[in-house]
Design a protein around this ligand. Structure first.
Ligand code: ATP
Ligand code: MG
Length: 289
């Protein structure tokens, strides 16, 4: 009989807000997931992995129980389910807030005035913890969907729900009063991976980190007069040091380096002041260090 290949079992949301971002990230990591026709499980051809397509609510438990080894899921779900898993990496997509929203016109001066109200939510665990930390006594009414209609039908005075643009709140005559949690998609793992699966996970994590780093780093090319090279290089330390290539034009060089998205505009101003010309900024696909 052929030896059974151990595969890394990766849980991904089957459909919904996190599916696209998760599949895109896997693709950027060089993991080709064949287009499946509504399957629960698909094997990857070019990496020892299989993808399990699940409801996001189920992912923390499946990872805890070892049905899946790792999962891509919202931090909000991880914290609410409170299973025995660990967060390995924040992934930068699926960003949202878990917030308390109130009907328009209700404007408590402090969160203490929430005392005694009834809050509808699908996140009782996180909300309860927050209320306790802030010494607020409020009633929690758990509902699983369409939380935003609760105040209108007289089920609750307020809601605690996920918000990104705020348009759902707006169309229900509610507004975001207090943020309780800032969330994004995260990668979680269980605690008992076999040696081979841990090896595969380490490879995947290395790829994810390379992709992430590339996203907030840009490649810079510019031309500079030789007498200012020293100043210019000071602003562009690069990964180890910038590359300098002489130009055909006498007394000028081309400088190649990388800069972080964060100090991008700041650095560009300084480079221009130091006589840099023809500045090109290019996206980077991956950074392997
Ligand atoms: P499933 O069928 O898998 O249970 P769902 O309806 O529970 O799906 P989605 O609405 O697809 O879940 O949201 C999945 C995750 O996307 C959320 O848990 C959250 O982390 C993230 N998210 C980002 N923005 C929002 C938003 N505006 N509203 C809801 N979730 C958001
Ligand atoms: Mg869900």
């Amino acid at each position: 009989a052929p030896r059974k290949v151990e595969k890394l079992r990766i849980a991904v949301q089957k459909s919904g807000r996190l599916n696209e971002g998760s599949m895109k990230l896997l693709k950027e990591c060089g993991i080709d997931v064949p287009a499946g026709n509504n399957q629960l499980k698909i094997s990857v051809d070019n990496f020892d992995a299989e993808i399990l397509f699940l409801r996001d609510d189920d992912i923390p438990e499946y990872v805890q129980d070892g049905v899946a080894d790792i999962g891509f899921v919202g931090e909000n779900v991880v914290l609410e389910k409170n299973k025995d898993t660990k967060i390995l990496e924040r992934l930068g997509y699926g960003k949202c807030r878990l917030s308390i929203a109130l009907p328009k016109g209700k404007k408590p001066k402090s969160i203490q005035e929430l005392d005694g109200i009834k809050i509808a939510t699908s996140y009782p665990f996180i909300l309860k913890k927050w209320l306790k930390q802030n010494k607020i006594n409020a009633d929690i009414h758990v509902i699983s969907g369409s939380v935003e209609i609760a105040p209108r039908i007289g089920l609750a005075d307020a809601i605690c729900d996920l918000v990104s643009s705020g348009s759902t709140l707006f169309s229900n005559e509610l507004y975001e009063y207090q943020i309780i949690l800032k969330s994004e998609a995260v990668l979680i793992s269980g605690n008992n991976l076999s040696k081979r699966r841990q090896e595969l996970l380490d490879q995947l994590l290395f790829r994810i980190r390379s992709v992430k780093k590339a996203k907030y780093t840009k490649y810079v090319l510019l031309n500079a007069p030789n007498e200012n090279l020293e100043t210019i290089c000071k602003y562009l330390p690069g990964i180890s040091s910038p590359t300098i290539v002489p130009l055909a034009k006498e007394g000028w060089s081309s400088v190649h380096s990388v800069i972080s998205e964060n100090d991008f505009w700041n650095v560009i101003e300084k480079l221009k002041a130091a006589g840099a010309e023809g500045i090109l900024i290019l996206p980077i696909e991956k950074i392997i260090e």
